[in-house]
Write a protein that binds this ligand. Sequence first.
Ligand SMILES: *Cc1c(COP(=O)(O)O)cnc(C)c1O
Length: 364
Amino acid sequence: MKKIFNFSPGPASLPYEVLKKAQNELINWNNLNVSVMEISHRSKDFTNLVKNIKKDLRELMNIPLQYEILFCQGGARTQFSAIPMNLLYYNETADYVNIGHWSNKAIEESKKYCKPNIINPVKKENGIYYIKKMKYWNFGNNSKYIHYCPNETIEGIAINEEPKLKNKIIIADLSSSILAKEINIKNYGMIYASAQKNIGSAGLTILIIRKDLILNNYKKRKELPSVLDYQIISKHNSMFNTPPTFSLYLSGLVLKWLKKKGGIKYISKINKQKAELLYSTIDKSEFYINNIKYYNRSITNIVFHLKNPEKENLFLQKSRENGLYYLKGHKIIGGIRASIYNAMPLEGIKKLINFMNDFEKIYS
Ligand SMILES: *Cc1c(COP(=O)(O)O)cnc(C)c1O
């Protein structure tokens, strides 16, 4: 098999060891003579699996006991409606921070349930984008929570500062940055992420939510669907309806893989190194450009353009021939995007950088 590196933004590449293990035990899981997809989600074997996923996630992310882990379906986008439906009563409202595509999609959906107070902290100076620090954001007086997306997967722009906002409920869409670096859970009211970028395969969405936000004593919208109701999901141990069993299983393997590697402390060092290598290659060259201020650059989605956009298709074609897959930028931004989640080894970055340098030499 030819060694390739997969830079897909999502669903994204999975660690080779994880795929190999899943392949090995596909038709006989846990010595049951059947696959993990073919047993009851209420069986002992499966409920143990889920218990271990929670345990490993708690350990990896240092999740305090006053937070609950919920497994949901419908992707991050379902949470764009589930969050306001669960946490806002009819006349209540929330702050929504807009820094890019996914923030904006969450805002659009929230408008069905409230009049959001929208914060637009992205600024442009001399052609360079940056994000105003949190202390300058204009929060609403009556907002119940603040929703934001710290890592915009499409634009590659990020809020790398931790949300240290006392007495505020921070809700963060970490779909493309969960497990990439250490965060302090206590700074958040709720974190959510769909699994297909840095956790496992599509179908699973992980919620980490402070228990007081799902207590019984708040007023609930009468139309809130049971499958989206955090209280009901929690009461049924994330098994109110059949969970995405294979996606849970794969995510469990990824968490074990990450633990064995040395956890988030270890992987975040590698991630930082990967991103720095790539950005410094872009910044040094006269051929590639990234127009985001260094402290607002994503460490997982590195977006850049060629100064001569006519060469971009050739770049994509040649990179593919060199075993560097799925580097095409999102259609709303164009250019090149290298998504370098935990499963992307340093080796892949070095290969990409060599390719970029060679391509520049030939075509500049
Ligand atoms: C991919 C992505 C989404 C959408 O996730 P789905 O699982 O497709 O709903 C939302 N937010 C962010 C930050 C993403 O990267």
